[in-house]
Design a binder for this molecule. Sequence first.
Ligand SMILES: NC(=O)c1ccc[n+]([C@@H]2O[C@H](COP(=O)([O-])OP(=O)(O)OC[C@H]3O[C@@H](n4cnc5c(N)ncnc54)[C@H](OP(=O)(O)O)[C@@H]3O)[C@@H](O)[C@H]2O)c1
Length: 260
Amino acid sequence: MDKKIIVITGGSSGIGLQTVRQLAAKEKNHVISFSRNEEKMRRALKETGKKDNIAYFGGDITNEDDCLKFAAYIEARHGKIDGLVNNAGILANGGIEMTDYETWKHTIEVNLNGVYLLTRTLLPLLKKARGASIVNVSSVAAFKPGRSIAYSVSKAGLDMLTGFLAGDLAAYNIRVNSVNPALVRTPLHLENKIFENETEYEELLKTSAEKYPLKRIGQPEDIANLIEFLLSGKSSWITGSIMKIDGGVTVSNDLIPPKE
Ligand SMILES: NC(=O)c1ccc[n+]([C@@H]2O[C@H](COP(=O)([O-])OP(=O)(O)OC[C@H]3O[C@@H](n4cnc5c(N)ncnc54)[C@H](OP(=O)(O)O)[C@@H]3O)[C@@H](O)[C@H]2O)c1
């Protein structure tokens, strides 16, 4: 059987790892994760259980040489890419006074420039699949200022990249969409030192859930399910969409009291 070749950046943790797991559960898929820390990736995949249809490649999406090597690796083994999930990302904290120029540049470099670089490098392989799908993992912070000026701006830029690429690449039958989650429980916040410690983070998760109309924050599975749909033929007429997935938090109306 001709396997579907699916690349997921940041497949070693959080949303990316769950997406790797779900997609690899289907034998028709061959899933390749691309992220920097190979040891972290090896550990994560060990927990997933050994599967012949999962592979990983160590590299940084902001490094042109790593992206070229990754493209050569896929070209040699598979000759095409059916799905690309641009999921790798980092988080920062604070407005203009808290965000020094280095942090600003680094956040834009990973969350926006890295996506552009890797997508452009892999484009010849995506074209070869004749019907590929690209999913960019953005955030609701793209619409509304959140915790970080650099993060919000990087994700707003990513959404425009999604729209532009959708129009640009439709001629090759390549679809491009964004998924924009609100708060999801993953290592992201602690990994990027947004909180002093785990207790503070747990407190945020608890108080946040109450603000969500659906009374819970997101789990990686929620996002992986939407990504899986956007990679599949079931979404074949969807391109250029920016899809909120947020438990209703962006439409919550505090003025209406709850029903008795
Ligand atoms: N969790 C949330 O609340 C939330 C909400 C909205 C949007 N998102 C978005 O969802 C995506 C996934 O986040 P997550 O919460 O799952 O975070 P996470 O658990 O911290 O995972 C991030 C992944 O990205 C990889 N990565 C980071 N920088 C990289 C680089 N330069 N090159 C290659 N890989 C890199 C990391 O692996 P290495 O460190 O080994 O490279 C890791 O596998 C991000 O784009 C994030 O902005 C998350």
